[in-house]
Structure formats: C-alpha cells, structure tokens
Design a protein around this ligand. Sequence first.
Ligand code: NAD
Length: 375
Amino acid sequence: MKIAVLKESAAGETRCAAIPETVKKFSALGGTVAIERGAGEAASITDAEYEAAGAQLGSRAEVLKDARAILCVSGPDAAALDGAGKGTMLVGALDPAGRRAAIDGYAAAGLEALAMEWMPRISRAQSMDVLSSQSNLAGYKAVIEAAALYGRAFPMMMTAAGTVSPAKVFVMGVGVAGLQAIATARRLGAQVSATDVRSATREQILSLGAKPIFVENVAGIEGEGAGGYATEMSPEYQQAQAELVSSHIAKQDIVITTALIPGKPAPRLISDAQLATMRSGSVIVDLAAEAGGNVEGCVAGEAVRRHGVTIIGARNLARSLPADASALFARNLYNFLSAFWDKDAGAVVLPDDDELVKGIRLTQDGKVVHERLLA
Ligand code: NAD
C-alpha cells in the first residue's frame, strides 16, 4: 500500500502529517511512504531525513500517483489532489464542520475522506486523538505566550534588592489544554488556581498542586460529564459562576481560558466589567477564541488591550510548535491506520461497522455518508 504525504498548503500551517519515525513504522508493516518534497521543512525535518527513513520523495503528482491513502494535517481542496485515484483515503484534520464545500468536493472526486477530529473519545482511540495531542501543546504554549507578554516574573524571587512576588495564574476550563496549562504555570513557579463545571476535574486540579475554585451553591456536572464533555449550564449556574469569577479574577495576573462546549459557541466566562477589575499589565490568553471566545472583547488571531489588560485571541497554537505538533499528529495517524492494517491484504481495511470508522468517515463512493453532515 502506497501512502502519500502532502506538503501542507493551508495559510499558516507548519506541521507535517508524517515524521521519519512513522515512515519507518509504515514500512515495517509493509507499506511504502511517498513524501512531497519540502513537506517537513517548516517542522525542521529535511527531505534527507525522510529518505534515510525509507521514504520516496517526489512532486505532488508523483506522490499521489497510485497512492491508496493521502495523509495531511489541514485538509487541502479536492482540486489540489488531482491525480488521486477513486477510493483513495484522505486522512487528516479535515474540519468537516467548517469546510462543508471542501467535503462535498472530496465526495465528487471519489475520495474517502476521514476526519481525525471526529474520532470517538473512547479508550481504544486515545492514541489516535488529534484534538488531545494538539490541545496539550496549545495549553503549554498559552502559558509561555502569557509569560512572554507579562511585564513581571512568574516565580517568586528573593533577591538582595527585594522580593519579586509570584504571578497568580487562573485556568478556566480544565480539559486537556487546561491541565497542561496548570502544569506549565506551576513549573514556572506561579500560584495557580483553576475552575471547571465538571466535578471530576477537582481532583485533577489538586493533583497538579493548584487550587480548585468551584461554584458550590449550584450543582455543576457530576463526574466527567457525557463523553467527558461539558454542556451549556443553567442560568442559575451561570449567575453563580459569574459571581465567583468576579470575586476571584481581580486578584489574578494571568488568566488562561479553554472552555468549550461541543457544537455550541464557547461559554462567556469573563465580562468587560470583570476585566476592568484586573490589575493593569495582566494578560489573558483565550484558547476558545475561534469558537467565539470565553472573554468579552477577544478577537481571534489578535492581541487586544482593554482596561490595561492584554487579551490574546489564540488561534491554533500547536502550529507554533511544529516539530512536536507534527510528531504527535503523525503518531495519531499511524496509530489509527496501523490498527486497521490487514496483513493478508498488505493494506488498511476499514470495516463499515467499526465505531471509529463510523465516527470519522465523511465520504465514500462519491457520496457524503456521515450522519452529522446529512442531518
Ligand atoms: P473541551 O476542549 O471540550 O473543553 C475544555 C474544558 O472546558 C472542559 O474541561 C469543559 O468541562 C470546560 N468547560 C466547558 N464549559 C465551561 C464553563 N462554562 N466553565 C468552566 N469550564 C467549562 O475539553 P477537552 O479538553 O476536549 O476534554 C474533555 C474531556 O474529555 C476530558 O475529561 C478529557 O479527559 C476527556 N478526553 C477523553 C479522551 C478519550 O478517552 N479518548 C480523549 C480526550 C479527552
């Protein structure tokens, strides 16, 4: 089975869907990997390193010819895949919710589009979960960006000229990104507190040495929540949460917000009035910016200053760590494809009735087939 790896063409994309390690692993299974020249450049992987791992390097037309699967990070338009045969799998973060026209294009081109971000969040699929692998890096980078813009130090320092106080960091939303943000801020020496609506996160916050800040008088979501996800909260809860945030946020220097609700706009967690109570020079990184933002006034892709507070509308922070982001993403893809490798056929065979396959298959035999896209 020939597997093609594209040089990414989306604006700002720095990652690559394969690394030398996954090239070797696909070869060990019996596959061949063809990589478009320069595909790893932005992630600091040279063509020579791919070649040494056993890949064939070529032009896009050369790598697409006879490929049975195409690996990508951001989905290209079908027109850019001219030369790919009917039934070829296209595997990557295809953004089915935001790029419907492109998905229709894959169907028209006869490609079998597989959207990795719709991988079911069950134990079996943990190692294939691109949302988690990239969120983890984003949570880390959010703290690093905040630290870079903050005009004070994170750790407490006792010097001959006096003491520097530790930064107070508040993490709102303790999923994958939030947990990594807590861990990173702690390592930098900050005093960290965190909140979530799911009660299961309280233990996780404590285990990372941070202080849980929870709404106590109105019930939140028991345990993990359905599929580990939060839902929209009742008006009573929102009111209680707003009061809690108001009393806490004025004492914080850095806030990292990560709260998301699948299929809904991001919940508004910080109002303009609450911002105005923060000390001038404070920094907020809003990781939910692309979903509408947790912070009033946040602009996706920009840093804005309101009431002396810098609000960064973070966008795809994993792209700013291209080497690690590529490595994790590439392993997610390998873990998925190798789980369905059929030794006798010497190729990936995706059973129609498999939960993972049903979760991510968008198009097949010239048609859009995913129920979420047909609804
Ligand atoms: P997410 O990105 O959907 O949301 C981030 C966090 O924001 C969540 O913790 C959510 O509870 C929180 N949130 C939502 N609304 C909020 C509000 N109003 N106020 C405060 N916080 C709010 O979440 P995620 O990072 O994708 O992770 C969600 C869960 O899924 C976690 O429990 C994680 O462990 C689990 N998970 C499981 C698997 C797997 O089993 N394969 C993979 C990844 C994640």
